[in-house]
Design a binder for this molecule. Sequence first.
Ligand code: TPP
Length: 563
Amino acid sequence: MKLKGAQIVVESLIAEGVDTIFGFPGGAVLPLYDALYGAKLKHILVRHEQGAAHMADGYARATGRCGVALVTSGPGATNTVTGIATAYMDSIPMVILTGQVPVGLIGNDAFQEADIVGITRPCTKHSYLVRDVNDLARTIKEAFYIATTGKPGPVLIDLPKDVLNAAAEFEYPKTVSLRSYNPTVEGHPAQVKRAFEAMKQAKQPVLYIGGGMILANASAELAKFAKKTRMPVTTTLMAMGAYPTRDDLFLGMLGMHGTYAANMAMHECDVMVCLGARFDDRVTGRLDAFAKNCTVIHVDIDPTSISKNVTAHIPVVADLLDVMKKLNALAEKDAIDWDDKHRPWLTRLEEWKSLYPLRYGKSETGIIKPQFVVEQAWEAAKGRDPIWTTEVGQAQMWAAQFLQFDGPRTFLSSGGLGTMGYGLPAAIGAQAAFPGRLVVNIAGDGSIQMNIQEMITAVQYSLPVKTVILNNGVLGMVHQWQELFHGKRYSSSEFQMNPDFVKLAEAYGAVGMRITKEADVRPALEEAYRINKPVLMDFVVEKEEKVFPMVPAGGTVKEMMLL
Ligand SMILES: Cc1ncc(C[n+]2csc(CCOP(=O)(O)OP(=O)(O)O)c2C)c(N)n1
């Protein structure tokens, strides 16, 4: 059957099982918007294209499926770049459809032309410019395949207007064959065995878990393995939720704002088992002092991640789900008494945990402590199957420290790029996927203003996301660094003025609340969770509060600052 290019795109998306796309129209994509009119695809009209990209990203992180964003050429496309880079850094599967000027005008500085393929080359897994309508269906099939397999990531498809208007025979391909792209999925059995043998020799092992564990949907296998082998677990920011945070083997998050126990365990371990993490500098601190006296096992689907920052003694290139199953099979057959072997190590870790837990001072002035708000946000959410998103800064770190997680895909945060403005649109994307669940964004007063325009999108589509603003009146994380490392010279980190967030919420048709007293924190949260509409809560919190522990950038655990 012959179809127009625009129709082919719509049919291909439906064939991929896509149900929701996030976008904003313009001249170059009008044929596609026309084809969407009345189509069996839900389109959420955003207010800024960055919002569309983050929504597609939030949808993908919450569901494990590929997110889709659709924008026009030129400024529409360039507005998505931060969202694409955010997804790229955190390996999130996404397909971004951009409009482009007609093929014949490309390179002529035509109206609203931007070389988006060139601009995004360093922050996409792959990108396509489709010049012939006959290539369209195959390209879309390939794009979804590349975005979702191997190490996932964003794939961009640039669609010239005349390609969308041309017609071609449509049949959606059933299979993909790409000669140069064949991710290694299965872990080499001998190498997995070697890794397991090293773990058996260990007296002080630690499982260091990254976001790859969540991407591979391997959290259940991890729990089985940790419990069987009695190995302690620490996770990166990206892996929060990959392991239940209230389990006795859990040490907390590691890294710059990680717990004392997690960072000391990494420092003192004899075998470090890195599963789907990438030794980011926020984790390692000063590289030459990191992981000096241990055997490093590194499992990752991306061979280029292995030994990039820290040399792996035992590398395994594979899908983590496959490796975790193999490790569990080996552990199952083995008669070793793990508990006995690890008892002294676990006892030491327990001591560290109880000596240096995450904590914060009680409010002396009556001004609300931000950590208290986060704790209460979690307490009040019990039984509501919450999904949490964050903006970036102190609020993000307190969310990672003081929320509790029982399962994966419940904490969506920009780890790699650290994108302020991520949280609200990501929450909308997650809520679009799970209309019945509680979705809460933990935000700073700076970050929330970067994409606050999307509040009206949440209202328009009846997506009842909750926003918790920890309003300290400053760019808190910048302020913290200036206090600690720049002699309290607060250069441009204090807002002289902020909008009235309650009125702003109301202007968008959402519910606004301002909370200034500790006693009102919990009741406000409970009321907000009950309301079936978007709610913005403006918590006026202590300005001087800092995120601790803190390992200074480029420092070592020896320099860790505690409360
Ligand atoms: C788009 C973007 N611009 C700048 C930064 C640098 N930055 C990191 S944290 C931070 C302060 C964030 O302030 P706020 O959102 O109020 O949160 P708080 O730290 O006070 O909780 C800034 C400016 C960033 N991460 N992202």
